[in-house]
Design a protein around this ligand. Structure first.
Ligand code: GAL
Length: 338
């Protein structure tokens, strides 16, 4: 047989395969394992994303099985397109600094950049029970760690209750003018929105107490309105996440409404952040959420979907693979019913 009978089909299929790879849209696939540049599942649960120049940095709880069980870890990933993420490092490896019982928690890390100091400041929910206590979320504090670079090794600084209040789930919000806010769940009262000091290392003042018992708090400013999203207090179990709107962060806030058909329980997910992408054609707001797997947390998944947003309404479409053109802001959901 002539060697061309082998070579031509091989060359052709490699060529066509290459075209297929380049032509395939880069999709975000809610609920599926999301691999980093090393081929490992992204460990950034309960996370947050900040943008520095053209790069997005995703921080979150690293729950890898290979971690030392006595420590808690925060990982950081970098991306230029929000689809492909490069693992940078475990930016925080924390020991049991508050001498809590072994099941202590570091959750929902969020990174801020202070233009005043040029430092990065990581907030997280630090919790656990002291010896003799039997409830695991008694401490109810934020922990703070700092670093000179966005993805360097963060140094633990302190922990405190913001403005003296209980603080469990936290969220972050950077307004369009760059002002940084912390959202925190204050169990006896509801949730609070507080402004960070210029160095981001302490809380300057409270902006609002919303007497609604919601956690996983997230905010976005869109077309003249603030939209707040949060989840009910049902632990790792999903529930119908809700939203409200206000013209000012200080309120008054509208009544709370469901984000998705309540029977779907937010498609099995829990809010962690709202990420706004302003493109040349449109502005997209991404609902970032976790699909928790309490018995196998390293295998918890992510649900990121573009929201339908405007005129005080918010709607989370059913999860499906989707693409985002960062330049234009335009998204396309696969197989979406017309
Ligand atoms: C959820 C919270 C999670 C984690 C979990 C523990 O309500 O959002 O971050 O704390 O409870 O049960």
């Amino acid at each position: 047989m002539n060697v061309r009978h082998f070579i031509i089909p091989i060359v052709l299929s490699v060529f066509l395969g290459t075209i297929a790879v380049f032509a395939a849209p880069d999709l975000i696939k809610p609920g599926e394992p999301w691999l980093d540049d090393r081929g490992k599942t992204i460990q950034a649960h309960g996370g947050g994303v900040i943008q520095q120049g053209n790069t997005y940095y995703w921080f979150g709880e690293d729950r890898s099985r290979s971690n030392d069980a006595s420590k808690r870890y925060v990982s950081c990933y970098a991306s230029q397109d929000l689809v492909h993420w490069q693992f940078r490092r475990q930016v925080l490896v924390l020991t049991n600094v508050e001498n809590l019982q072994p099941d202590w928690a570091l959750e929902r890390p969020k990174a801020f950049y202070s233009a005043k100091t040029g430092k990065y400041v990581l907030y997280f929910h630090l919790d656990g029970a002291k010896a003799g206590e039997n409830f695991g979320y008694n401490l109810a504090r934020v922990g703070v760690a700092t670093c000179d670079t966005v993805d360097g090794q963060y140094t633990y600084q302190t922990s405190f209750r913001p403005l003296g209040h209980e603080s469990r789930d936290i969220g972050q919000f950077i307004d369009d003018d760059g002002t940084a806010y912390l959202i925190f769940e204050d169990r006896p009262f509801g949730f609070r929105i507080a402004k960070l000091a210029d160095d981001c290392q302490s809380i300057e003042k409270e902006i609002c107490l919303v007497p609604q018992h919601l956690e996983g708090g997230a905010l976005v400013h869109y077309d003249g309105l603030y939209y707040f999203v949060g989840s009910q207090l049902t632990g790792w179990g999903p529930n119908p996440n809700q939203y409200a709107t206000a013209k000012s962060l200080a309120g008054p806030w509208s009544e709370f409404k469901d984000l998705a058909p309540p029977e779907t329980k937010t498609y099995g997910s829990q809010s962690t952040m709202l990420l706004k992408v302003t493109g040349t054609k449109t502005t997209t707001v991404i609902f970032m959420a976790d699909i928790w797997r309490p018995g196998a947390q390293w295998n918890s998944r992510y649900l990121w979907m573009p929201l339908e947003i405007g005129a005080g309404q918010l709607y989370l479409p059913p999860p499906a693979p989707w693409s985002l053109d960062l330049k234009t802001g335009v998204t396309q959901i696969q197989n979406k019913a017309p």
